[in-house]
Design a binder for this molecule. Structure first.
Ligand SMILES: Cc1ncc(COP(=O)(O)O)c(C=O)c1O
Length: 382
């Protein structure tokens, strides 16, 4: 545990809350969760299933109804037919990431991942005794990576490549040709791909490419997704993986020995996430995110020293702040204390995040407009 750090978003949230308790006004842009309510049909089903007594352990990999609903939903969206027996449910996608890495990776294995990255990948890799090998997501490539650079990082010790698209923290989206090339690399070098697609339905423009549409990859693809972001269900703790048949029992064994199962009533409630009424709520939420994104990006770009791309997915901005002439940790610290805006330094997502900040735009337009003015004023004081 000495080699890992916690997720900075939770630490920043605690500090921002503490300042608020002292009477300060803080605009929260640190934590990665939709500010929308969970869609009503899911909430109603959760209450009903509690009353019906769905309060006991479930089967380790999840209730069949939810595993079948997930398989149906993804099979409708993609070119593969997913067998529900390959679906495994965990309390949150983060637990799925941990379960996969701990089940599949040996000490000393090298795991390549695109960075700056969601910090749980590196933490899980280190906790498994494996070696994290970051490959840089480049601002000049709209936060995609160079596949040649990635290929150069493959060694005989490489076991797995982790990709996340749409991406946290940059909002970048990989193209289908990137994923096809990754598939080729994985086949040629006998590697697994962990594709974290938790933001797959939070996108602006065309639907992001999915590893599920890449031919001849399903036997080495560990797909991670969940309910937290798309259905504003962060507190329900529900995620899932689609894993190859020959890895299923090992991953199930890890889940068995760590969490036993996910909560039963939340799984029943989540079946309702795949209905037309819920899909409309998701579309409305994404449309609202898009408006906020546009206002926030334009606002940040009007501030000297800040340069911000328009993200194609997720609900984060990852502006380049190197023009402010200070390290990102100092900017985040002072922006909280002096400017009243809680956001994360790019380095919360690894060393490649230096020179950037991450702002979540899962906040009201009014708050986003106030945040822009607070940041504009703060920058004049540097
Ligand atoms: C890229 C990515 N994957 C996984 C997760 C974990 O989500 P969950 O709440 O389902 O554990 C997050 C949450 O921030 C994330 O950003």
């Amino acid at each position: 545990m000495q080699g890992v750090t916690g997720e900075a978003a939770f630490q920043m949230l605690n500090r921002a809350n503490e300042l608020e308790r002292q009477g300060r006004s803080i605009i929260h842009m640190e934590i990665g969760e939709p500010d929308f309510d969970t869609p009503a049909p899911v909430v109603t089903a959760g209450i009903e299933w509690l009353k019906k007594g769905a309060t006991h352990y479930s089967a380790v990999p999840g209730i069949p109804e939810l595993r079948q609903a997930v398989a149906r939903h993804l099979s409708e969206q993609h070119s593969v037919s997913i067998d529900w027996k390959n679906v495994i449910v965990t309390p949150g996608a983060k637990m799925m990431i941990f379960s996969i890495i701990h089940s599949m990776v040996d000490p000393g294995d090298e795991i390549i991942f695109a960075a700056p990255a969601y910090p749980a990948y590196e933490a899980a890799i280190r906790m498994a005794g494996a070696i994290p090998v970051p490959v840089r997501l480049e601002e000049s490539k709209q936060f995609r990576f160079s596949l040649d650079e990635l290929a150069r990082k493959i060694t005989p010790q490489t076991k797995m490549i982790i990709v996340n698209s749409p991406q946290n923290p940059t909002g970048g989206v990989l193209k289908f040709e990137d994923l096809e090339r990754l598939g080729e690399l994985a086949r040629n070098h006998d590697l697994f791909i962990l594709s974290d697609e938790i933001y797959s339905e939070i996108c602006y423009g065309e639907r992001p490419a999915s590893m599920l549409d890449v031919p001849k990859i399903i036997d080495r693809l560990l797909l991670v997704n969940g309910f937290s972001k798309t259905y504003a269900m962060t507190g329900w703790r529900l995620g899932y993986g689609i894993v190859p048949s020959d890895t299923f029992s090992t991953i199930e064994l890890f889940v068995n020995n760590s969490v036993s199962s996910s909560a039963t009533f939340t799984q029943h409630a989540a079946v309702e996430a795949f209905t037309p009424e819920t899909s409309k709520a998701v579309n409305d939420m994404v449309r609202e995110f898009q408006k906020r994104r546009d206002v926030f990006v334009d606002g940040l770009n009007s501030i000297p020293g800040i340069r911000c791309q328009k993200p194609l997915g997720a609900f984060y901005l990852f502006p380049n702040i190197s023009g402010l002439g200070k390290q990102s940790v100092e900017i985040a610290e002072r922006l909280l204390n002096e400017g009243g805006v809680a956001a994360l330094p790019g380095t919360a997502f690894g060393g490649y995040g230096e020179g950037y900040m991450r702002f979540s735009f899962a906040n009201s337009l009014d708050n986003i407009e106030s945040a822009i003015e607070r940041i504009r004023h703060f920058v004049t004081t540097l």
